[in-house]
Design a protein around this ligand. Structure first.
Ligand code: HEC
Length: 220
């Protein structure tokens, strides 16, 4: 019997070619398969017209941008509620302190530059960070000022104090600030460091030198 000839009218014919000993039937594509193909084509056309031609619907990027903006607004809201009083309260909450201490003491974090005792020292040697256990503050010693410098980092990035909010998020920053505050007392005197930037955060301007044309008053 010739294998290429159908045995009955229902059977598909074998095509002539042979590749590596493999032959193929001359079959019609199944309707269900063709149906999915046509649906996909129609779907493509609709999408193309809808998103790319008419500009309806938002792209994924726009959706993400929108979500990010909403998160930013929510975060700013959360920040508005942080006050000196709230941070002092947090500094007396053992659960917050445990979390803040864990962050502070993580190798590579605060402890690396500010020391385990927060005094900016390691075994008698000075570390890069400023002491955080004294009452002298370069960037202000109120809880919200400390919170700000830890969130935003030093205005002079070459100093090495990073903007920790990006790394830790607001919650962990508030906890670590509470931990720093737990080394202080509410109402203690705060002094400014000699190299503190003037209020308003502008660059440090040297004091204007006395004009040399003015004769110095004679010393009696
Ligand atoms: C790579 C070293 C380094 C690390 C890590 C680091 N700091 Fe600092 N920190 C500094 C330096 C340097 C300064 C001083 C910046 C300046 O003079 O502008 C500073 C300043 C500060 C100040 C301001 C002190 C003042 O007198 O106003 C605070 C508060 C502070 N750091 C807290 C932290 C906390 C909390 C962490 C951990 C989340 C941390 N730092 C991690 C180096 C570091």
């Amino acid at each position: 019997m010739d294998p290429n000839k159908p045995t009955s009218s229902n059977e598909p014919t074998l095509r002539d070619h042979v590749y590596d000993g493999i032959q193929e039937y001359d079959q019609k594509l199944p309707n269900w398969w063709l149906f999915t193909l046509y649906i996909a084509i129609v779907w493509f056309v609709l999408n193309w017209v809808f998103y790319y031609q008419l500009g309806f619907g938002s792209s994924d990027t726009a959706v993400i941008d929108q979500a990010m903006a909403e998160m930013q607004v929510a975060r700013d809201k959360q920040m508005e509620t942080i006050t000196d009083k709230k941070l002092w309260e947090m500094s007396r909450d053992p659960a917050v302190l445990a979390a803040g201490k864990a962050t502070f003491m993580t190798p590579g974090m605060c402890v690396t530059c500010h020391g385990t005792e927060l005094n900016g020292m390691l075994a008698g040697a000075k570390l890069p960070g400023l002491p955080l256990d004294d009452q002298q503050w370069k960037y202000g010693g109120t809880p919200t000022e400390i919170f700000k410098i830890v969130r935003k980092g030093s205005p002079d990035i070459t100093k090495g104090m990073a903007a920790w909010e990006i790394v830790l998020g607001v919650k962990k920053v508030s906890e670590v600030v509470a931990y720093v505050l737990s080394h202080h007392h509410e109402g203690e005197p705060i002094t400014k460091a000699p190299d503190s930037p003037p209020a308003g955060g502008a660059a440090v301007a040297p004091a204007a030198p006395a004009t040399s044309t003015t004769p110095a008053s004679p010393v009696k």
